[in-house]
Design a binder for this molecule. Structure first.
Ligand code: ADP
Length: 531
């Protein structure tokens, strides 16, 4: 690790003062440079920055006041502390210099004790100020790193970001990031090395031992030919924590030695990286769990379909008088079987749809659809349900309504779900109305279809959840009706796949109105559906 002497610039036109001071300071271990006036001094520090300036006031070409003004006006130089050397014993000149930005002053002839005290106080002040500046700059860098890390949930990409910043901030030449597996690192991200992703590197080859690393950064000097990089002279191993263990390892190599600042930065980087990598890891796990759930749902719905259709066909056959006459009790039982299997069939079809949507396998076959025909078909099919509950169902579809561009089967499904819900969640004697009209969307006109009921309504606290999978209201009157809470979730996704929107308005115990939009066929032909 390198250490540095403080450097001091003496600016005085008097050679005796310069030489004497230079000799005393050099003896104390300071790196000393000299200048004969302000102009030389400025040129000098622009080339080789220094930690402190001892500045005379009265000098030819550029005096102390002008020099202070120049220093203050330059953002790169204004932070260098200046101690005024005044031969004048003239407080007003010193005050003027302090006003111009000088930090301290000494009267000539210079008292040794005062000289050392003031020099070390000024240097300490500068050290603290430099440290603060460095910390602020590092914070800005860490903020930028966080921004990059937090917008990423891919573990491999995170590895690349961590490696890129680690090399950039420490001046390292090459390195890699990998996941720790027992006594090996599986490489995920590489820079300037021949290693490939997926390669397994033994920790002992890197001079590391998982147990001994103990979560601390390890810094090693590397002999010729021992590094991953031909010219490597130093190697840093940065363990990245995952909960109670070390989950990843960052390996950096450099042809130069590394400094403390770099090691401190890497400690902070590893903390930030650990959080991002943990989040990414949890996300990957959540995704895998979600995939497992989808696979399970897919398997169940697939496996239930065949036996269910067998039960349904045989129950239909039993109704056939040619098979044999059923008595009233048998007919009653058979109807109960048919009712239950039909509900089960509905649920299996909904699970099948959910799987298709989640795996991106639901495709649309859009064509021109007449809304009135579709609404009437659904209303006719559901009429027995309305009759049974003595409800009225009215339709209001203008004859001049343009056709929509949609998958006919899926639009029937959407309408069936909404009209069926209106029937289900409206008490006996209620009123349902289905209407449609052309509405101006933000840019293109669309057909808006409305299904309105004067039924149970939806409680305010349930409203934000209504389109969520498996959501059913806790309302006891809703719970008295059968359902799985999947219909609206599927409906929303189907409408959105068509490029439409769906929403609702509801007043508890007053009624609910669902709205959804579909593209007009004529405009959709020039602007096809996303699906
Ligand atoms: P299901 O009807 O099978 O429960 P849906 O996804 O179709 O599933 O509906 C989800 C929930 O939304 C219902 O359980 C009910 O709480 C509420 N809901 C839907 N439509 C209406 C409606 N027309 N009136 C009142 N509540 C409704």
């Amino acid at each position: 690790m390198e250490t540095q002497n403080n450097s001091i610039l003496i600016v005085d036109d008097n050679a005796n003062v310069r030489d004497l001071l230079a000799a005393r300071l050099s003896k104390r271990g300071y790196d000393v440079t000299t200048a004969v006036n302000g102009r030389d001094a400025i040129a000098n520090i622009r080339q080789t920055p220094c930690d402190l300036i001892l500045l005379d006031i009265m000098m030819p070409i550029m005096n102390g006041y002008e020099t202070l003004e120049k220093l203050q006006s330059d953002p790169d130089l204004r932070h260098i502390p200046v101690i005024i050397l005044s031969a004048l014993n003239d407080m007003s000149s010193v005050i003027k210099c302090i006003e111009l930005g000088a930090d301290d002053y000494l009267f000539k002839p210079i008292n040794s004790s005062l000289l050392w005290a003031r020099i070390s106080a000024s240097l300490e002040k500068k050290r603290l100020r430099d440290q603060e500046q460095k910390r602020l700059a590092e914070l800005a860098v860490l903020q930028q790193i966080d921004k990059e890390l937090n917008t990423n949930l891919d573990e491999q990409k995170l590895g690349q970001i961590i490696l890129k910043w680690a090399l950039r901030q420490t001046g390292g030449q090459a390195g890699f990031f990998g996941a720790l597996a027992d006594e090996h690192v599986i490489v995920q991200a590489i820079q300037n090395l021949d290693t490939v992703p997926g390669q397994s590197i033994s920790l002992s080859d890197l001079g590391a031992d998982k147990a001994k690393m103990n979560g601390q950064i390890q810094y090693d000097t590397v002999s010729v030919g021992e590094g991953l990089l031909e010219q490597a002279r130093s190697r840093i191993l940065v363990p990245i924590h995952r909960q109670d263990d070390i989950g990843g390892l960052l390996v950096l190599e450099s042809a130069a030695e590394c400094n403390w600042d770099s090691l401190n930065f890497l400690t902070r980087l590893s903390n930030h990286a650990a959080i991002a990598l943990n989040n990414a890891h949890l996300y990957t796990k959540a995704q895998a769990a979600n995939r497992a759930k989808s696979d399970f749902v897919a398997l169940v719905s697939h496996e239930l379909k065949t036996p269910l259709s067998v039960i349904m066909s045989y129950s239909d056959l039993l109704h056939n008088p040619q098979i044999g006459q059923l008595n009233d009790k048998q007919t009653h039982f058979l109807n109960a079987i048919k009712d239950a299997t039909s509900r089960m069939h509905g649920l299996v079809m909904e699970l099948d749809d959910i799987t298709r949507i989640e795996t991106g396998k639901m495709s649309l076959e859009p064509k021109t659809v007449n809304v009135a025909t579709a609404v009437n078909a659904v209303v006719n099919l559901l009429t027995p349900q309305f009759t049974e509950k003595q409800q009225t169902i009215a339709t209001n579809i203008p004859t001049e309504l343009p056709t929509v561009w949609a998958d006919h089967k899926r639009i029937l499904q959407v309408l069936t779900n909404l009209i069926n819900n209106a029937n289900k969640y409206t008490p006996v004697g209620g009123h349902i109305q289905v209407s449609a009209a052309v509405k101006a969307d933000s840019n293109l006109p669309v057909v808006q279809i409305t299904v309105q009921d004067d039924g149970l309504g939806i409680d305010k606290q349930d409203q934000p959840l209504i389109f969520s999978q498996f959501f059913r209201s806790g309302d006891t009157q809703v719970r008295a009706r059968r359902g799985a809470g999947l219909g609206l979730n599927i409906t929303k996704k189907i409408v959105e796949m068509h490029g439409g929107q769906i929403w609702f308005e509801s007043e508890f115990r007053q009624g609910t109105t669902f709205y959804f939009t579909l593209p007009i066929a004529e405009t959709a032909v020039t602007k096809p559906l996303a699906a």
